[in-house]
Design a protein around this ligand. Sequence first.
Ligand code: CO
Length: 253
Amino acid sequence: MVTKIHHVGIVVERLDRAYGFWRDTLGLPLVRQAEIPDQGVRAALLAAGESEIELLEPTTPDSGVARFLARRGEGLHHVCFETPDVDAALSGLRAEAVPLLDERARQGLAGRIAFLSPAACHGVLVELATPPHGAQSQDSPVRLKRLVIGCREPHAAARSYQRLFGLPEVAINGGARCMLGWEGGGTLLMVPAAEVGDVEGMVALSMVAPEMAPLAERLQRAAAAMLVGAAEVTVEPRSSHGVHLHISRYHFP
Ligand code: CO
């Protein structure tokens, strides 16, 4: 039913400032920016390999995104899965009485989109999107790899994501964690909430880059708060608009 992580949505205070980190420092190319009045947001999509990063700035104080910002500050907001037919997906979910925020698909930045209720996905806000025909992924120096989700019961959460979206399981060494998704199309790593500060929901983002040195240099120039290892960088949330961000070296085939 779904084919990849289309994007991960991040709420920011100001889009122009968020470009400073996500576009200019990380180097993610801007795909599209638009104002979406019915959602009370100004939004941008940036290419991140097979997936994208969506930045969302509230434009009205009563929007869901404005309430999120007031309550939790900047940070990870939703995950969007690509599906070839969002209307069919939605009617399938409706038939199973899955709680939805959008009863009907509507036009969004990523194409025809619809949101499920967070109650459907263990506290994670999930969006489904069918991009316009001919939409192509752009090359980018840093790619999205994995979204880490804190869960009371990772295996139960993984089973419901499999049931709702048909997400394939990625081989992993047993234990308390589960990984779903696609090598190349983005994965979800479900971990026990106790391992991530007792947080339920999206807690961190992992990205990969073929070359760490130029990236580390750009981060240093931007005075980003980070820990630098031989083949990885961990950026602190205060420098990445509330996102725990881990970037490691990876050579793309
Ligand atoms: Co979105």
